[in-house]
Design a protein around this ligand. Structure first.
Ligand SMILES: NC(=O)c1ccc[n+]([C@@H]2O[C@H](COP(=O)([O-])OP(=O)(O)OC[C@H]3O[C@@H](n4cnc5c(N)ncnc54)[C@H](O)[C@@H]3O)[C@@H](O)[C@H]2O)c1
Length: 443
């Protein structure tokens, strides 16, 4: 099938590459000329495991092309995916400006019987706005589908290739048939393609992200109760996660959730509720709890040292909002670093993939970017463990101790065992677990 994908970010590129891998002829269109040129030259502009190989193979096989010209991408396409960003707007509302502009451009070139597929995460009603925009731009005889994407950055290729389910909101047989054909190669193991109406599909994505974020916020709040009662959040996690009604996922206490999806999608759901007179109190609390949690490590650091951190230096391990991505959008690391800098400290940072993106967002002064995680430790008063990349989980503790000024570890992801840290002679401040050192309980 001929397919066009609008937007070559984390979602659009992965979708385009995977659809091409299944034998479709895919043209990806983006307004960023530099990005498109890099893709044409064979570069992969984002870090996503497995993506480079897919892009390379399908580009060489002639099934995957890149352009800035809608007139090259859209005519003749049976399916046109909109995968542009929907960043947070005023009052937490999802801003759909990119979607509407993309729809206008698509509408000028759309073939009859094409299905326009809303891949971006959009508030209920957006697909109808897009339908109107497409018609006003001159498109005729097309179909709409709301097909929210559930991939996780860091494992996005696998998620697209082997989805747990595919959600398709449709209101025509043509759209249903097109989507069923497109996804057939990805659901051969029997995973369902769930057809439903368009509003339900649009809302499902926000519901999923808010549910997952709620689990994290709940565990984060519980971790504070653990600290004042002497309970261990990791034991609590294991105890409840083995209950099949609860399940083991998204139950890890830490420094709060970040990324380009959870914070914005929960805020957008709350805001959509408000706009329609529905007070979504649980979702609102999820966000408030997360705002507090994102600075839990800074609160511990300030209690351990002083409000004024002038002259102090901290090593920060991990900048990406989660491991296996270079994405720093809404990353807790950035908030933590800014607060440390504001308090007078300097930081030395390391991340295997996200240094460039972090550099573009952080202040130019007070931050040293290090080639490896050990270099960041030199002369540090404390190590702040923010993103649990695999390579940080079992460091050479002798080297860590030798290079730091003080053996103090703020463990924002509970990756180090409290008992072993005590035996190794470190002060260790995890989240919701027994700590070693002066009392910094976060009540
Ligand atoms: N990143 C994720 O993990 C993820 C997962 C599921 C759903 N989503 C949703 O998917 C959507 C895209 O997210 P993303 O992370 O890929 O965004 P992104 O910012 O990485 O990429 C968006 C791309 O769209 C391009 N673009 C913007 N306006 C355009 C236009 N008019 N024409 C052509 N291209 C245009 C941008 O240049 C950019 O390359 C969002 O709605 C997001 O909420 C994201």
């Amino acid at each position: 099938m001929n397919v066009a994908v609008v937007g070559t970010g984390y979602v659009g590129l992965v979708a385009g590459a995977c659809l091409a891998e299944a034998g479709n002829f895919v043209t990806c269109v983006d307004i960023l000329e530099d990005r498109v040129n890099r893709l044409k030259d064979g570069a992969t502009p984002i870090y996503e495991p497995g993506l480079s190989r897919l892009l390379g193979n399908n580009r060489k096989a002639g099934r995957l092309r890149f352009t800035t010209d809608y007139g090259e991408a859209v005519p003749g396409a049976r399916a046109v995916f909109l995968a542009v960003g929907t960043p947070p707007g005023a009052d937490g509302q999802a801003s759909v400006g990119h979607v509407i502009r993309a729809a206008r451009s698509v509408g000028e070139h759309l073939s009859e019987n094409a299905t326009v597929v809303m891949k971006s995460t959009v508030p209920v009603g957006t697909s109808e706005l897009v339908r109107k925009e497409l018609s006003e731009a001159g498109a005729r005889g097309f179909q709409m589908c709301a097909n929210p994407e559930f991939l996780k950055q860091g494992d996005a290729v696998n998620d697209f290739m082997y989805p747990d389910r595919v959600v398709c909101g449709v209101d025509s047989d043509v759209a249903r048939d097109t989507m069923a054909r497109l996804y057939a190669p990805f659901v051969r193991s029997g995973r369902p393609v769930l057809f439903m109406d368009i509003p339900s599909a649009e809302l499902a994505k926000y519901a999923a992200n808010t549910m997952l974020a709620a689990r994290i916020s709940f565990m984060n709040e519980l971790s504070r109760l653990c600290e004042v009662t002497g309970a261990d959040i990791e034991d609590v996690r294991r105890a409840i996660g083995t209950d099949p009604r609860i399940g083991p996922y998204f139950l890890y206490a830490g420094t709060g959730f970040g990324g380009s999806c959870f914070p914005k999608d929960v805020a957008a759901l709350v805001s959509a509720g408000k706009a329609r007179g529905v007070d979504l109190q649980v979702a609102d609390a999820v966000l408030r709890a997360n705002t507090i949690q994102c600075t839990v490590l800074v609160r511990k650091i300030v209690r351990r040292f002083a409000t004024d951190l002038t002259g102090r230096r901290f090593a920060v391990w991990g900048l990406a909002f989660k491991p296996e991505t270079d994405d720093t959008r809404q990353a807790p690391s950035l908030k933590i670093i800014r607060e440390l800098l504001d308090a007078g400290a300097t930081v030395a940072v390391h991340d295997p993939a996200a240094m460039e993106k972090a550099k573009a967002e952080l202040p130019p002064r007070g931050v040293d970017y290090c080639d490896n995680e050990y270099d960041a430790l030199d002369g540090a008063d404390g190590l702040v463990m923010v993103t649990e990349w695999m390579q940080y989980r079992q460091p050479d503790w002798q080297q860590v101790a030798a290079r730091m000024k003080h053996g103090i570890v703020f463990d924002g992801r509970n990756v180090f065992d409290p008992r072993l840290m005590r035996e190794r002679g470190f002060e260790h401040y995890p989240i919701g677990r027994i700590q070693t050192g002066p009392d910094l309980i976060d009540a």
